[in-house]
Design a protein around this ligand. Sequence first.
Ligand SMILES: O=c1ccn([C@H]2C[C@H](O)[C@@H](COP(=O)(O)OP(=O)(O)OP(=O)(O)O)O2)c(=O)[nH]1
Ligand SMILES: [Mg+2]
Length: 157
Amino acid sequence: MSKVDVLIKRLDEGLPVPSYAHPGDAGADLRTAVDVELPPGERAVVPTGVAIALPDGYAAFVHPRSGLGAKLGVTIVNAPGTVDAGYRGEIKVTLLNTDLRDTVRLRRGDRVAQLVVQRVEHAVFHEVTELPGSARGADGFGSTGGFRGNEHSREGA
Ligand SMILES: O=c1ccn([C@H]2C[C@H](O)[C@@H](COP(=O)(O)OP(=O)(O)OP(=O)(O)O)O2)c(=O)[nH]1
Ligand SMILES: [Mg+2]
């Protein structure tokens, strides 16, 4: 795994600096700095107690944790959240309880998301009147096949 240096400031010194659970993991776990109660279908913007300074040419993406999703139905509304290189504010996570029955309770210090740091590039947009052809063309949105479990899916979906 290649490495990049990222400056980090703890806004809450009672929480550890985010870390990777295993050497090859893509995401460093982020913790909630507060207790969170999420009734069914509700969302909350949760502080993580950290701010970072990424080098130019990088971004960090706030991804959900699969265990929280599978076990509790908790996901991130804007997944993956985008942390710009110039952002110096606290990293926040917009959690959503997708469960329709159970309230989810998370404790301060629980790992609620994972931060993936990646190189990004800026496009230089060149406006044209005709795009070059391709094998796919303009086909999309299920053009390669249906979903056999749902014969009566909404038209246009
Ligand atoms: O999950 C997220 C997503 C974003 N941010 C922070 C970092 C990011 O640089 C800033 C702005 O995010 P974004 O551009 O996605 O939000 P926006 O609604 O477009 O806000 P803005 O108008 O400030 O760009 O908010 C987070 O802390 N967590
Ligand atoms: Mg923005």
